[in-house]
Design a protein around this ligand. Structure first.
Ligand code: SF4
Length: 90
């Protein structure tokens, strides 16, 4: 479901280009939110309250405890994710 915040944009420190918030909500494996979602969006709107509303208490707890993976692992995962999205758009 789309939300008003979904169209907000910022530069993604992982991709090096602009992304919409809607991307950050689902870009990790299994369509989970990015582990950096709080770091990246807290200055723009109340992302903590928003994610609390969207997720179950367990999912929210998990998200707050997510840690960064080694950079090379996240880069490979991002490439796979982009390839998957491009394939779905063909
Ligand atoms: S939350 Fe993740 S995907 Fe979104 S801008 Fe930050 S690092 Fe990029």
């Amino acid at each position: 479901m789309e939300h008003n915040s979904d169209r907000l944009m910022r530069r993604c420190p992982r991709l090096g280009g602009p992304v919409e918030f809607s991307y950050c909500r689902f870009c990790d494996e299994n369509n989970h939110p990015c582990f950096k979602i709080f770091d990246c969006w807290w200055e723009i709107f109340d992302v903590v309250a928003y994610m609390k509303k969207c997720l179950s208490p367990e999912q929210f707890e998990k998200l707050t405890q997510k840690k960064a993976k080694p950079k090379v692992v996240s880069i490979v995962e991002l490439i796979h994710e982009i390839q998957k999205r491009n394939k779905n758009q063909e």
